[in-house]
Ligand binder design. Structure first.
Ligand SMILES: [Zn+2]
Length: 219
């Protein structure tokens, strides 16, 4: 069973991926990780990718697909499938991916969209801060330290915040995300593969929903 995971930044895709890996024996293939791995191992396509990355250029789609192809071929035999995260981001990329999967005799069984309202995402991302000592994650809106200014876990009083995570830049990133993703969602909807899950629901409900439709997909 092979899955594409789509969702805006802050939607909690990491949590969903982890769950899918643990309960369905799938392997998460994140574009960033695959590229770094290909470059580090010096595979033929990794060498090409590296030349673009070093020049500060975007790695072209056909090179990314080459990297994905390598990663899929390298999956251990006991893996039940993969979760693709970070690719495709556009309809042309989805087309290239379909061609690749055709060539290697695989296909996408389900596309999962983790849906969260923009207002919530802005709060999740812009409200986020971490303990400077132990890295514990807090949030201005959803999880303040029990004692103001003191880390719950280690007692440190120094915290870190990413400067590019302010509400305006987060909103801009979300506008770009929606512009890019809407056609992609329509593309997979037309193929009857789209499953939308409510990323604002309690985590147990989200898991149950995943079980429901993936259980049905497996029949
Ligand atoms: Zn701490």
């Amino acid at each position: 069973m092979n899955i594409i995971l789509l969702g805006p930044p802050g939607a909690g895709k990491g949590t969903q991926s982890k769950y899918l890996e643990d309960h369905f024996h799938l392997k998460q293939l994140s574009t960033g990780d695959m590229l770094r791995h290909a470059v580090a191992t010096g595979s033929p396509v990794g060498v090409v990718a590296k030349s673009f990355m070093e020049g500060g250029k975007l790695v072209p789609d056909d090179v990314v697909v080459g990297v994905i192809s390598e990663a899929i071929e390298a999956l251990p035999k006991e893996t039940a499938g993969f979760i693709l995260d970070g690719f495709p981001r556009s309809v042309p990329q989805a087309g290239i991916l379909d061609q690749l999967l055709d060539r290697i005799g695989k296909n996408i069984d389900a596309v999962i969209v983790v849906d969260v309202k923009d207002d919530i995402l802005v709060k999740r991302i812009s409200g986020r801060f971490t303990c400077g000592s132990c890295g514990e994650v807090f949030n201005d809106f959803f999880r303040l330290p029990k004692t103001e200014g003191v880390c719950d876990r280690c007692g440190s009083t120094s915290f870190k915040r990413r400067s590019d995570d302010n509400p305006d830049t987060v909103r801009e990133r979300l506008v770009v995300y929606h512009e890019q993703t809407k056609p992609l969602i329509d593309y997979y909807k037309a193929k009857g593969k789209l499953n939308i899950i409510d990323g604002e629901a309690a985590i147990e409900d989200v898991k149950e929903r995943i079980n429901e439709f993936l259980g049905a997909t497996r029949q």
